[in-house]
Ligand binder design. Structure first.
Ligand code: GDP
Ligand code: IMO
Ligand code: MG
Length: 436
């Protein structure tokens, strides 16, 4: 089974980072294939807490090659800052990082555009981006004329390319915002030449690297960022990110054909969260939501914004599991639900009196949904020390079975805390050695 991917099935922050870190040991390479430093993956190793935005979560495991593939938009300053932080914390073998020469580079004008554009919409249309320049960089990639790829940083015409783009962007941005300070092409050229020199040892043709590795039967783990409901084509558009963050994005972003990806693990939080704008049918803007937020420490890794919280939405997760081709799911943060007398799961959507298990295409229809819930009894016990399914309270096991039944996919892992060892594999699955 050479190719496996880990995909968030909600709106991000499902604890993909924890799972990727855990599964890395079974693989030779770990690949980020979309998104950029908008991601925030927290990985807990013993007493150490690592927060990774751009580097694959596999970077914490020695001996594994980590790849930032062509579908990622790379902020080079962030890549350097994360490498330096890890080096300062004695993480070894950082030279194993590979960055695609096809990956597009986030430039200063992308941050400026992200700020100006996200503010220019009314509240109803405000996406509430992470302000990391992600959308503007992807827009320039697809628009082609103003793009810069990593490989361009090493070409003799880099200065001319930057001057051309700065000239155009200065004119554009000064029309869009009175507060915009024009950018200086020479300063940007010098800054990015410095980044390019520093990262040169890591830059290569990662498509060739991954094709050769897959053909040689190396084990490759593809690490999704964001979640399938934030997928630009298949999520809750326009309240999405700008890449294909569901399972359908793996081949294009990584640069490998679909036949090399033969197992998809969907990651599901035991409840739901969302950061930023957009409809969220099962949101609980009340005591229940507050309970989940405090117990789950639901504050953004990147922006520290309080995450919106609500019940598990089985209609949405069934859709994203099917869309992503999930072969199994991991149910994360189950421990957060302890202490609730009753737990709700949304099993159907009702729009204009019609009940359905289909996920609506249009965001206005999603806004009009009345979620129909099933209530299941909760459990009082703390489950953070449980290490097998048998040790879980009966009601917790019943909850997992019901989720699996509604989503239509077996549960492969259950997570009961942030630590590597706080992970329960499904029966019959050998436990990934969880060294602290
Ligand atoms: P990601 O973006 O999908 O990698 O998820 P985040 O790292 O943004 O958010 C998940 C948070 O939950 C992190 O702070 C993890 O350390 C934490 N976490 C992971 N698994 C569990 C779990 O089973 N229980 C609890 N309580 N926290 C967990
Ligand atoms: P991880 O990988 C949660 C959300 C933002 C915003 C929308 C668009 O940690 O799960 P963007 O900056 O991408 O243009 O913002 O997407 N968003 C995330 N929400 N987790 C993430 O990543 C996210 N990355 C982007 O809040 O609503
Ligand atoms: Mg996150």
């Amino acid at each position: 089974m050479p190719g496996r991917c880990v995909i968030g099935l909600q709106w991000g922050d499902e604890a993909k980072g924890k799972l990727v870190d855990l599964l890395t040991k079974e693989h030779d390479l770990v690949v980020r294939f979309q998104g950029g430093a908008n991601a925030g993956h927290t990985v807990v190793v013993g007493e150490e807490v690592y927060k990774l935005s751009l580097l694959p979560s596999g970077i914490l495991t020695p001996g594994v090659t980590c790849v930032i593939a062509g579908g990622v938009v790379v902020n080079p300053a962030k890549a350097i800052a994360e490498l330096d932080e890890l080096a300062g914390r004695s993480v070894e073998g950082l030279q194993r990082l590979r960055i695609s020469d096809r990956a597009h580079v986030i430039m200063p004008w992308h941050f400026a555009e992200d700020r100006v554009l996200d503010k220019s919409t009314g509240e109803a249309e405000n996406i509430g981006t992470t302000q990391r320049g992600i959308g503007p960089c992807y827009r320039d990639k697809v628009g082609r004329s103003f793009a810069l790829r990593f490989g361009d940083l090493y070409r003799s015409d880099l200065r001319a390319k930057i001057e051309h783009r700065v000239d155009a962007k200065n004119r554009l941005l000064s029309v869009m915002s009175d507060a915009f300070e024009p950018l200086d092409a020479t300063a940007i050229y010098n800054e990015y030449r410095g980044y390019a020199d520093r990262l040169e040892q890591h830059v290569c043709d990662t498509t060739e690297l991954l094709l050769s590795a897959a053909e040689a039967d190396k084990k490759i783990l593809y690490e999704g960022a964001q979640g399938a409901l934030l997928d630009v084509d298949h999520g809750t558009f326009p309240f999405v990110t700008s890449s294909n963050s569901s399972g359908v994005g793996v081949p294009a972003g990584a640069g490998v054909p679909p036949k090399h990806v033969n197992h998809t693990l969907g990651v599901v939080k035991a409840y739901s969260t969302r950061v930023g704008g957009g409809p969220f049918p099962t949101e609980q803007d009340n005591q229940d939501g507050q309970y989940l937020r405090e117990r789950g420490n639901e504050y953004g890794t990147v922006t520290r914004r309080p995450r919106r919280c609500g019940w598990l939405d089985a209609v949405a997760v069934r859709y994203t599991a099917r869309l992503s081709g999930a072969d199994s799911i991991a149910v994360m943060l189950l421990d957060v639900l302890s202490g609730l007398e009753e737990i709700k799961i949304c099993t159907e959507y009702e729009i204009d009196g019609v009940r359905s298990r289909d996920f609506p295409t249009h965001v206005d229809d999603l806004r009009r949904v009345t979620p129909r819930y099933e209530s299941v009894p909760g459990w009082a016990e703390d489950v953070t020390d449980c290490r097998s399914l048998e040790e879980l309270p009966e009601n917790a096991r019943a909850y997992l079975n019901r989720v699996s039944e509604l989503v239509g996919v077996p549960v492969e892992f259950v997570s009961v805390g942030p630590g590597r060892d706080q992970t329960i594999p499904a029966e019959g699955r050998p436990l990934v050695a969880a060294t602290a």
